[in-house]
Design a protein. Structure first.
Length: 239
């Protein structure tokens, strides 16, 4: 049995990732955690909600049982508890300082929640962890956004998952649920680069391309315990 754990499911990449996971015949269940449930139903999808800052103390199996009609998800609970399933964790959590309200709140979401989810996934037995970072992620960067992403990557390495995939997309294109002026302007200016075969790592990338690359990477074998997947590599993997 293969189980996908997800956080950041309702975001730009998260929704595309969920779509790819639901389409994949490789995954038997998708367990999504979030502040609230989405108005979406699927036979493989199990949504549980709560305060993600206290995820480590969630009675997750009781939450799953509450969602289970006729014990439909008992197999999921049993497989996780018996450590008999192959578990892959996917995190696409992220926000902006403007939306978060401050640098401190941004750090709490883009770093602390991601690390908390990783710790929970590791506890449940996840062997592979795939994280949507950002182009320019660098723990020593003078740019706060890049520094936070870099620190998150470094802290994820400490969990020593059998495989850690760090995905660094360039400017993301897609239909966001929230308006981001800076990204809108940048996407208009840079979108022509999508049609050029030059500067593959810096030209914009679509949300579904990132999602496809993540699932393909999760299901592939790699001799490297940690891999950084550039935006150009994601575009190639998504074909």
């Amino acid at each position: 049995m293969k189980i996908a754990l997800m956080s950041g499911t309702s975001g730009l990449v998260g929704m595309q990732l969920l779509h790819q996971l639901m389409k994949s015949s490789q995954y038997d269940f998708i367990l999504s955690v979030g502040r609230r449930k989405m108005a979406l139903k699927h036979e493989k999808l199990v949504q549980i909600e709560g305060d993600l800052f206290s995820l480590s103390s969630w009675d997750w199996d009781e939450k799953v049982r509450a969602e289970s009609l006729g014990g439909a998800y008992n197999g999921l609970i049993d497989a996780i508890k018996a450590k008999s399933a192959e578990i892959h964790a996917f995190s696409s959590l992220g926000t902006t300082i403007k939306v978060a309200g401050s640098k401190e709140k941004f750090y709490a979401i883009d770093h602390d929640l991601v690390i908390g989810f990783a710790a929970w996934a590791k506890k449940l037995g996840a062997s592979r962890f795939l994280y949507v970072s950002a182009m320019g992620a660098d723990a020593t960067s003078s740019i706060f956004y890049n520094k936070v992403k870099g620190e998150t990557e470094e802290d994820l390495r400490a969990f020593q998952f059998a495989f850690l995939g760090l995905f660094r997309p360039s400017l993301l294109l897609g239909n966001r649920s929230e308006f981001r002026l800076g990204e809108q302007v940048a996407s208009v200016l840079m979108k022509p680069l999508v049609w050029l075969k030059l500067a593959k790592n810096i030209r914009p990338i679509y949300d579904y391309q990132v999602a496809k690359a993540m699932v393909k990477t999760a299901l592939s074998t790699s001799s490297n315990p940690v891999e950084i997947i550039t935006s150009g590599q994601m575009q190639d993997l998504s074909q």
